[in-house]
Design a protein around this ligand. Sequence first.
Ligand SMILES: *Cc1c(COP(=O)(O)O)cnc(C)c1O
Length: 312
Amino acid sequence: MPDKLHLAHKPTPLWHHPRLDEIAGTEVWVKRDDMTGGAEAGNKLRKLEYLVAEALNRGARALITCGAAQSNHARATALTARRFGLECVVFLRTRDAAHEPNTGNLRLIRMCGARIEFVNHAQYADRDQLMQREAERLAAEGNPAYVIPEGGSSGLGCLGYVDAVAEIAEQQRLGLCPDGFDAVVCACGSGGTAAGLVLGAGRFGVAQTVQAIAVCDDAAYFQTTIERVLLEAQRLMPELTARAPLHVVDRHKGPAYGVMSEQQQAFMTRVAQQTGLVLDPTYSGKALYGLSQLGVGRALFIHTGGLPGLLA
Ligand SMILES: *Cc1c(COP(=O)(O)O)cnc(C)c1O
Protein backbone atom coordinates (compact mmCIF):
# COMPACT_ATOMS: atom_id res chain seq x y z
CA MET A 1 0.00 0.00 0.00
CA PRO A 2 1.72 3.23 -1.13
CA ASP A 3 2.14 6.03 1.42
CA LYS A 4 -0.28 8.90 1.36
CA LEU A 5 -0.46 12.42 2.76
CA HIS A 6 -3.67 14.05 3.90
CA LEU A 7 -4.01 17.18 1.80
CA ALA A 8 -7.65 17.28 0.73
CA HIS A 9 -10.52 18.29 2.98
CA LYS A 10 -12.51 15.03 3.04
CA PRO A 11 -15.12 13.72 2.74
CA THR A 12 -16.20 16.26 0.14
CA PRO A 13 -19.96 16.92 0.16
CA LEU A 14 -22.53 15.22 -2.04
CA TRP A 15 -24.80 17.88 -3.46
CA HIS A 16 -28.21 17.60 -5.07
CA HIS A 17 -30.57 20.24 -6.48
CA PRO A 18 -33.94 19.48 -8.11
CA ARG A 19 -33.43 22.28 -10.64
CA LEU A 20 -30.18 20.67 -11.74
CA ASP A 21 -32.05 17.41 -12.39
CA GLU A 22 -34.42 19.34 -14.66
CA ILE A 23 -31.62 21.09 -16.51
CA ALA A 24 -29.59 17.89 -16.93
CA GLY A 25 -32.65 15.79 -17.82
CA THR A 26 -31.80 13.13 -15.26
CA GLU A 27 -31.18 12.77 -11.53
CA VAL A 28 -27.69 14.08 -10.81
CA TRP A 29 -25.72 13.96 -7.60
CA VAL A 30 -22.64 16.13 -7.52
CA LYS A 31 -19.51 15.03 -5.67
CA ARG A 32 -18.03 18.37 -4.71
CA ASP A 33 -14.34 17.78 -5.36
CA ASP A 34 -14.19 21.45 -6.26
CA MET A 35 -14.20 21.76 -2.45
CA THR A 36 -11.14 19.63 -1.62
CA GLY A 37 -9.37 22.75 -0.35
CA GLY A 38 -8.86 26.47 -0.62
CA ALA A 39 -6.75 27.91 -3.43
CA GLU A 40 -5.33 24.43 -4.09
CA ALA A 41 -8.79 22.83 -4.49
CA GLY A 42 -9.91 20.50 -7.24
CA ASN A 43 -9.35 16.92 -8.33
CA LYS A 44 -5.55 17.20 -8.46
CA LEU A 45 -5.26 17.36 -4.69
CA ARG A 46 -6.36 13.73 -4.30
CA LYS A 47 -3.65 12.60 -6.72
CA LEU A 48 -1.05 14.78 -5.00
CA GLU A 49 -1.71 12.98 -1.71
CA TYR A 50 0.11 9.97 -3.18
CA LEU A 51 2.52 11.75 -5.49
CA VAL A 52 3.90 14.22 -2.95
CA ALA A 53 4.15 11.45 -0.34
CA GLU A 54 6.42 9.55 -2.73
CA ALA A 55 8.39 12.72 -3.51
CA LEU A 56 9.04 13.35 0.20
CA ASN A 57 9.90 9.68 0.83
CA ARG A 58 12.52 9.92 -1.90
CA GLY A 59 14.04 13.02 -0.37
CA ALA A 60 12.99 15.37 -3.17
CA ARG A 61 13.62 19.07 -2.66
CA ALA A 62 11.71 20.16 -5.75
CA LEU A 63 8.63 19.15 -7.71
CA ILE A 64 8.56 19.42 -11.50
CA THR A 65 5.36 19.26 -13.51
CA CYS A 66 3.67 20.62 -16.65
CA GLY A 67 0.37 21.74 -18.14
CA ALA A 68 -1.41 24.42 -20.11
CA ALA A 69 -0.79 28.08 -19.19
CA GLN A 70 -4.00 27.99 -17.10
CA SER A 71 -3.28 24.56 -15.64
CA ASN A 72 -5.20 23.76 -12.48
CA HIS A 73 -2.79 20.90 -11.89
CA ALA A 74 0.28 23.15 -12.06
CA ARG A 75 -1.39 25.54 -9.61
CA ALA A 76 -2.29 22.78 -7.13
CA THR A 77 1.21 21.31 -7.40
CA ALA A 78 2.93 24.68 -6.96
CA LEU A 79 0.90 25.52 -3.86
CA THR A 80 1.40 22.05 -2.38
CA ALA A 81 5.15 22.23 -3.03
CA ARG A 82 5.30 25.45 -1.01
CA ARG A 83 3.33 23.92 1.81
CA PHE A 84 6.11 21.36 2.21
CA GLY A 85 8.99 23.78 1.64
CA LEU A 86 9.78 22.36 -1.79
CA GLU A 87 10.87 24.27 -4.87
CA CYS A 88 8.61 23.94 -7.90
CA VAL A 89 9.28 24.16 -11.63
CA VAL A 90 6.33 24.13 -14.06
CA PHE A 91 6.55 23.81 -17.84
CA LEU A 92 3.56 25.67 -19.21
CA ARG A 93 2.33 25.39 -22.80
CA THR A 94 1.53 28.66 -24.54
CA ARG A 95 1.30 30.16 -28.02
CA ASP A 96 2.48 33.54 -26.77
CA ALA A 97 4.15 33.78 -23.37
CA ALA A 98 4.41 37.58 -23.51
CA HIS A 99 0.65 37.94 -23.71
CA GLU A 100 -0.45 35.42 -21.10
CA PRO A 101 -2.56 37.48 -18.68
CA ASN A 102 -1.49 37.42 -15.04
CA THR A 103 -4.84 36.02 -13.91
CA GLY A 104 -6.41 32.83 -12.58
CA ASN A 105 -4.11 29.86 -12.17
CA LEU A 106 -1.09 31.63 -13.63
CA ARG A 107 -1.37 34.38 -11.05
CA LEU A 108 -1.48 31.85 -8.21
CA ILE A 109 1.46 29.91 -9.65
CA ARG A 110 3.49 33.14 -9.86
CA MET A 111 2.39 34.33 -6.46
CA CYS A 112 3.72 31.25 -4.68
CA GLY A 113 7.07 31.64 -6.40
CA ALA A 114 7.15 28.57 -8.61
CA ARG A 115 9.61 28.85 -11.52
CA ILE A 116 7.65 29.02 -14.76
CA GLU A 117 9.19 27.77 -18.01
CA PHE A 118 6.94 28.64 -20.93
CA VAL A 119 7.19 26.27 -23.87
CA ASN A 120 5.49 26.22 -27.25
CA HIS A 121 3.23 23.43 -28.46
CA ALA A 122 6.01 21.58 -30.30
CA GLN A 123 8.28 21.64 -27.24
CA TYR A 124 5.38 20.56 -25.05
CA ALA A 125 4.97 17.41 -27.12
CA ASP A 126 8.29 16.32 -25.51
CA ARG A 127 7.20 17.31 -21.99
CA ASP A 128 8.31 14.09 -20.34
CA GLN A 129 11.87 14.51 -21.66
CA LEU A 130 11.88 18.23 -20.80
CA MET A 131 10.93 17.45 -17.21
CA GLN A 132 13.41 14.56 -16.98
CA ARG A 133 16.27 16.77 -18.21
CA GLU A 134 15.31 19.48 -15.71
CA ALA A 135 15.31 16.87 -12.92
CA GLU A 136 18.80 15.74 -13.93
CA ARG A 137 20.02 19.34 -14.01
CA LEU A 138 18.61 20.04 -10.54
CA ALA A 139 20.01 16.78 -9.16
CA ALA A 140 23.46 17.75 -10.44
CA GLU A 141 23.13 20.98 -8.43
CA GLY A 142 22.34 18.97 -5.32
CA ASN A 143 18.56 19.47 -5.50
CA PRO A 144 16.91 16.11 -6.06
CA ALA A 145 13.63 16.66 -7.87
CA TYR A 146 10.51 14.57 -8.33
CA VAL A 147 8.71 14.66 -11.68
CA ILE A 148 4.91 14.58 -11.67
CA PRO A 149 3.48 13.75 -15.11
CA GLU A 150 0.82 15.90 -16.79
CA GLY A 151 -2.32 16.09 -14.66
CA GLY A 152 -0.72 13.85 -12.02
CA SER A 153 -2.09 11.00 -14.11
CA SER A 154 0.16 8.10 -13.23
CA GLY A 155 -0.85 4.80 -11.70
CA LEU A 156 0.13 6.20 -8.32
CA GLY A 157 -1.78 9.48 -8.77
CA CYS A 158 -4.97 7.77 -9.88
CA LEU A 159 -5.19 5.92 -6.55
CA GLY A 160 -6.55 9.19 -5.19
CA TYR A 161 -9.70 8.54 -7.19
CA VAL A 162 -9.96 4.94 -6.05
CA ASP A 163 -10.07 6.47 -2.57
CA ALA A 164 -12.71 8.98 -3.71
CA VAL A 165 -15.00 6.10 -4.72
CA ALA A 166 -14.44 4.41 -1.35
CA GLU A 167 -15.45 7.70 0.24
CA ILE A 168 -18.66 7.81 -1.86
CA ALA A 169 -19.48 4.19 -0.94
CA GLU A 170 -19.24 5.21 2.71
CA GLN A 171 -21.49 8.23 2.07
CA GLN A 172 -24.02 5.88 0.46
CA ARG A 173 -23.85 3.63 3.51
CA LEU A 174 -24.66 6.65 5.67
CA GLY A 175 -27.67 7.45 3.48
CA LEU A 176 -26.23 10.72 2.16
CA CYS A 177 -27.05 9.78 -1.44
CA PRO A 178 -28.92 6.98 -3.19
CA ASP A 179 -27.41 3.55 -3.82
CA GLY A 180 -26.60 2.39 -7.27
CA PHE A 181 -25.75 5.09 -9.78
CA ASP A 182 -26.09 4.16 -13.43
CA ALA A 183 -23.02 6.18 -14.27
CA VAL A 184 -20.25 8.17 -12.66
CA VAL A 185 -19.31 11.04 -14.96
CA CYS A 186 -16.18 13.20 -15.00
CA ALA A 187 -14.27 15.55 -17.26
CA CYS A 188 -11.26 13.88 -18.85
CA GLY A 189 -8.11 15.89 -19.54
CA SER A 190 -5.21 13.54 -18.82
CA GLY A 191 -7.15 10.43 -17.82
CA GLY A 192 -6.08 9.83 -14.23
CA THR A 193 -9.39 10.72 -12.65
CA ALA A 194 -11.27 8.41 -15.02
CA ALA A 195 -8.74 5.60 -14.39
CA GLY A 196 -9.20 5.87 -10.63
CA LEU A 197 -12.98 5.85 -11.01
CA VAL A 198 -12.80 2.69 -13.17
CA LEU A 199 -10.86 0.83 -10.46
CA GLY A 200 -12.87 2.38 -7.63
CA ALA A 201 -16.25 1.61 -9.17
CA GLY A 202 -14.98 -1.88 -10.03
CA ARG A 203 -14.05 -2.44 -6.42
CA PHE A 204 -16.76 -0.60 -4.48
CA GLY A 205 -19.67 -0.91 -6.91
CA VAL A 206 -20.89 2.66 -6.54
CA ALA A 207 -21.84 3.02 -10.23
CA GLN A 208 -22.41 0.67 -13.19
CA THR A 209 -20.23 2.53 -15.68
CA VAL A 210 -17.70 5.35 -15.91
CA GLN A 211 -18.40 8.03 -18.52
CA ALA A 212 -15.33 10.18 -19.18
CA ILE A 213 -16.13 13.35 -21.11
CA ALA A 214 -13.00 14.29 -23.07
CA VAL A 215 -12.07 17.98 -23.22
CA CYS A 216 -9.11 17.41 -25.60
CA ASP A 217 -7.64 14.64 -27.80
CA ASP A 218 -10.09 11.84 -28.67
CA ALA A 219 -11.59 8.58 -27.43
CA ALA A 220 -8.88 6.37 -28.99
CA TYR A 221 -6.13 8.46 -27.34
CA PHE A 222 -7.77 8.23 -23.93
CA GLN A 223 -8.52 4.50 -24.21
CA THR A 224 -4.77 3.94 -24.65
CA THR A 225 -3.69 6.48 -22.04
CA ILE A 226 -6.15 5.29 -19.42
CA GLU A 227 -5.23 1.64 -20.07
CA ARG A 228 -1.57 2.47 -19.35
CA VAL A 229 -2.52 4.24 -16.10
CA LEU A 230 -4.78 1.33 -15.09
CA LEU A 231 -2.02 -1.24 -15.60
CA GLU A 232 0.42 0.91 -13.60
CA ALA A 233 -2.08 1.24 -10.75
CA GLN A 234 -2.81 -2.49 -10.77
CA ARG A 235 0.93 -3.17 -10.49
CA LEU A 236 1.04 -0.97 -7.38
CA MET A 237 -2.13 -2.45 -5.88
CA PRO A 238 -2.68 -5.95 -7.27
CA GLU A 239 -5.89 -6.31 -5.26
CA LEU A 240 -7.52 -3.77 -7.61
CA THR A 241 -8.52 -6.46 -10.09
CA ALA A 242 -12.07 -5.37 -10.98
CA ARG A 243 -12.80 -2.62 -13.47
CA ALA A 244 -16.10 -0.87 -14.17
CA PRO A 245 -16.83 -0.46 -17.90
CA LEU A 246 -15.36 2.79 -19.26
CA HIS A 247 -16.86 4.94 -22.01
CA VAL A 248 -14.85 7.86 -23.29
CA VAL A 249 -17.12 10.42 -24.93
CA ASP A 250 -15.34 12.87 -27.25
CA ARG A 251 -18.33 14.71 -28.73
CA HIS A 252 -18.33 17.58 -26.22
CA LYS A 253 -14.89 19.11 -26.60
CA GLY A 254 -16.43 22.28 -28.01
CA PRO A 255 -14.64 24.55 -30.49
CA ALA A 256 -11.20 24.26 -28.80
CA TYR A 257 -9.46 23.44 -25.54
CA GLY A 258 -10.71 25.98 -23.00
CA VAL A 259 -13.29 27.38 -25.43
CA MET A 260 -17.00 26.54 -25.11
CA SER A 261 -19.67 26.42 -27.76
CA GLU A 262 -22.57 28.84 -27.36
CA GLN A 263 -24.75 25.95 -26.17
CA GLN A 264 -22.21 24.87 -23.57
CA GLN A 265 -21.79 28.45 -22.40
CA ALA A 266 -25.57 28.90 -22.08
CA PHE A 267 -25.82 25.62 -20.17
CA MET A 268 -23.10 26.63 -17.70
CA THR A 269 -24.77 30.01 -17.14
CA ARG A 270 -28.18 28.42 -16.65
CA VAL A 271 -26.79 26.05 -14.02
CA ALA A 272 -25.25 28.99 -12.15
CA GLN A 273 -28.42 31.09 -12.39
CA GLN A 274 -30.84 28.39 -11.34
CA THR A 275 -28.83 26.39 -8.81
CA GLY A 276 -25.87 28.53 -7.72
CA LEU A 277 -23.46 25.79 -8.83
CA VAL A 278 -20.44 27.26 -10.59
CA LEU A 279 -18.67 25.18 -13.24
CA ASP A 280 -15.60 26.05 -15.29
CA PRO A 281 -15.30 26.54 -19.06
CA THR A 282 -12.44 24.07 -19.65
CA TYR A 283 -13.54 20.94 -17.78
CA SER A 284 -16.55 20.71 -15.50
CA GLY A 285 -18.84 22.88 -17.66
CA LYS A 286 -18.24 20.74 -20.74
CA ALA A 287 -18.50 17.53 -18.72
CA LEU A 288 -21.83 18.38 -17.09
CA TYR A 289 -23.15 19.55 -20.45
CA GLY A 290 -21.99 16.19 -21.86
CA LEU A 291 -23.79 14.39 -19.03
CA SER A 292 -27.02 16.19 -19.99
CA GLN A 293 -26.65 14.76 -23.53
CA LEU A 294 -25.80 11.17 -22.53
CA GLY A 295 -29.25 9.81 -21.82
CA VAL A 296 -28.06 7.90 -18.75
CA GLY A 297 -30.17 7.27 -15.66
CA ARG A 298 -29.25 8.40 -12.15
CA ALA A 299 -25.79 9.93 -12.40
CA LEU A 300 -22.99 10.84 -10.06
CA PHE A 301 -21.09 13.84 -11.40
CA ILE A 302 -17.58 14.48 -10.12
CA HIS A 303 -17.15 18.26 -9.91
CA THR A 304 -13.40 18.41 -10.45
CA GLY A 305 -13.00 22.15 -9.73
CA GLY A 306 -11.34 24.68 -12.02
CA LEU A 307 -12.70 27.95 -10.66
CA PRO A 308 -9.42 29.88 -11.25
CA GLY A 309 -9.69 29.00 -14.95
CA LEU A 310 -13.11 30.63 -15.10
CA LEU A 311 -11.71 33.75 -13.45
CA ALA A 312 -8.89 33.94 -15.98
C1 LIG B 1 -7.28 18.26 -14.52
C2 LIG B 1 -8.71 18.53 -14.45
C3 LIG B 1 -9.64 17.61 -14.95
C4 LIG B 1 -9.26 16.37 -15.68
O1 LIG B 1 -8.78 15.35 -14.85
P1 LIG B 1 -7.76 14.30 -15.45
O2 LIG B 1 -7.51 13.38 -14.34
O3 LIG B 1 -6.55 15.09 -15.86
O4 LIG B 1 -8.39 13.66 -16.63
C5 LIG B 1 -10.98 17.90 -14.80
N1 LIG B 1 -11.38 19.04 -14.23
C6 LIG B 1 -10.52 19.95 -13.75
C7 LIG B 1 -11.06 21.19 -13.16
C8 LIG B 1 -9.16 19.72 -13.84
O5 LIG B 1 -8.30 20.63 -13.39
